[in-house]
Design a protein around this ligand. Sequence first.
Ligand code: HAM
Length: 458
Amino acid sequence: MKRRDIRAREVSSQGVAAVPRARLALPVSSIRSIKGMNDALPREAAAFHRVEQAAREVFGRYGFGELRTPIVEEAALFQRGIGDSTDVVEKEMYVFPDRHGTPLALRPEGTASAVRAYLQHNPAAEDPLTRWFYVGPMFRHERPQKGRYRQFQQVGAELFGAANPEADAELIAMVRDWLAALGLNGVELQINSIGDGVCRPGYLETLRVFLRAHAGELCDDCRRRTETNPLRTLDCKNPACQKVLAAAPTPADSLCEPCRAHFAAVRDFLGKLAIEHRLNPRLVRGLDYYTRTTFEFTAEAGLGTQNTVAAGGRYDGLVEALGGPATPAVGFAAGVERLVLALGEDTHAPPGPDLFVASHSEAERGPALKLASAARGANLWAEIDPRGGSLKSQLRRADRLGAKLLIVLGEDEIRSGRVKLKQMGMAGSLGAGQSQEINLTEAVLEVRRALGIAKGGG
Ligand code: HAM
């Protein structure tokens, strides 16, 4: 046995050894998908695809190019990038050692990975403005509920290299355009500024003083966060804490002059772009990297408490914190499952095939395969029943699929080269149930004609 084979075997036997024997004894049918990680069957996957496709189109108009990063990264990237005392890092990351003991993590979000890729590939050497978007699964060990999953799909975008408020406004406008292109109604945009490295330390101290004075009225988490990450107390969901925090000082009260001017300019540009928004002084977001602008888009329909469909903000300190040069940046991400839910996406049966080719007997299977293949070559959706079966069962299937046109091939048709093109349901140039006789050699052309697709057109 070659050396490489031996190693492969060792790895696989180690892997199997990790699974307890009792679980191996279970029938495979008792293995379900992991809690909070869902399958998307074709209709739902099609709804995902529509949301993602709209993003690609709209983001392309803003000059954003696609970035694909691995699903697995070193856990240290997220720990340093997102912050030690955030819920995501503290409680929700899937972390496991690789074979050398290095802690790896399933990515819980895309921003830290984008910054890692930015540092690794240095796109700024070519163009000081880098605009990336990404689409892909993220993983967080949260309590699953409607709109909240342990594996979920994000569409996100990051813009590196622009400190100006125009960048914040343009990014928000891009999200607005995308949500509008999707036809999402009842969307509200909330925005805030949480200051920067100059004014935030002073604000955090003021907030701490307030929180310590009310420690007896706060939940355990907020009491702990008073010292570790006081900003996070502002969006605590505990009603008792919310009551106390209603009177807490907000970041906006302590903004330094440059942060105040930046925020005013962002709002002014949003006004110029006719983007309605509401100031939410308590909008602090759950990740530590934000500076200045934070924003969230919420949607009314179908979501309940998990109604934030897209969220983001500026993070001017993150590239430097991860070891790069000082680089301003702003970005956002959206949950695709939440958008699909909010859109009430139509997951009904898709329209049926353009053409169904049935065959009388075994002898016509070859010509049927060939005709269906030629139709596909002309951009048509064509089906046969690969199981063969009786003509009756093939016709039943054509009907159930909602095929628009039908051709039945038999001995006579093959010999004469003449076939019947039958309209099955949908209106076209033939009436429903009508048929016309055509030459087999021109069948694809006739099918296109019957469907109202111009000769040579798409
Ligand atoms: P985030 O607020 O943690 O921000 O997530 C963004 C969006 O992802 C949420 O608004 C929500 O729609 C969706 N989402 C988050 N967690 C879940 C979940 N467990 N199940 C379903 N959907 C979820 C970020 O991830 C930042 N990286 C955004 C960003 C990019 N900021 C700057 N650049």
